[in-house]
Design a protein around this ligand. Structure first.
Ligand code: SF4
Length: 180
């Protein structure tokens, strides 16, 4: 069944409805996210199932995957990230335009998972900021969808000026990333 976007908070009466620009933009953004799947191993297979007909991520307005960072606003990292790949992942993140969000899908992307070894990055938040962590090895498609819905909530409620706030700039500065 189609997931119909709920009306944002506002004032309504006969023949009119008024809300804030921030809420209208939030609802539009939350229901038209373009994900960039950065899939390196088994968790990526679960994502493929999430895109398939049974789970149908298109219900959330996300059927348009992007393999170009410039045309994506949700980075989904799925799988083991070797330390050698850290700089590449970081470059992909930097190339994405603001506003952008990140999900770490599964134990490996979130914390290195079972691979506590010299070669594996112990969580992608060592190189880029993460908005939502999805637990599991691998997480089922339902869990991935749950993570996506949590991102939608963040997107919907994010003030338009958050990206210029000192808190956000401080967060990026911790990763030595400059705002465009
Ligand atoms: S969390 Fe588990 S399923 Fe996902 S990439 Fe790591 S080992 Fe594979």
């Amino acid at each position: 069944m189609a997931n119909i976007a709920e009306m944002p908070e506002g004032y309504g009466g006969e023949g009119f409805f008024a809300t804030s620009l921030s809420k209208a933009v939030g609802i539009a953004r939350a229901n038209s996210i373009w994900p960039l799947p950065f899939a390196t191993s088994c968790c990526g297979i679960e994502f493929m199932a999430t895109m398939g007909t049974n789970y149908d991520l298109a219900r959330f307005g996300m059927e348009r995957l992007s393999f170009s960072p410039r045309q994506a606003d949700l980075l989904m990292v799925m799988g083991t990230i070797a330390k050698k790949m850290g700089p590449i992942l970081r470059q992909v993140y930097i190339q994405m335009a603001e506003p952008k969000w990140v999900i770490a899908v599964g134990a490996c992307a979130s914390s290195g998972g079972i691979f506590d070894t010299y070669s594996v990055l112990q969580g992608i938040d060592k190189v880029i900021p993460v908005d939502v962590y999805v637990p599991g090895c691998p997480p089922r498609p339902e869990q991935i969808i749950d993570g996506v819905m949590k991102i939608q909530e963040l997107v919907k409620n994010e003030p338009l000026r958050r990206r210029y706030s000192p808190e956000y700039q401080h967060l990026l500065a911790k990763y030595q990333i400059e705002l465009d």
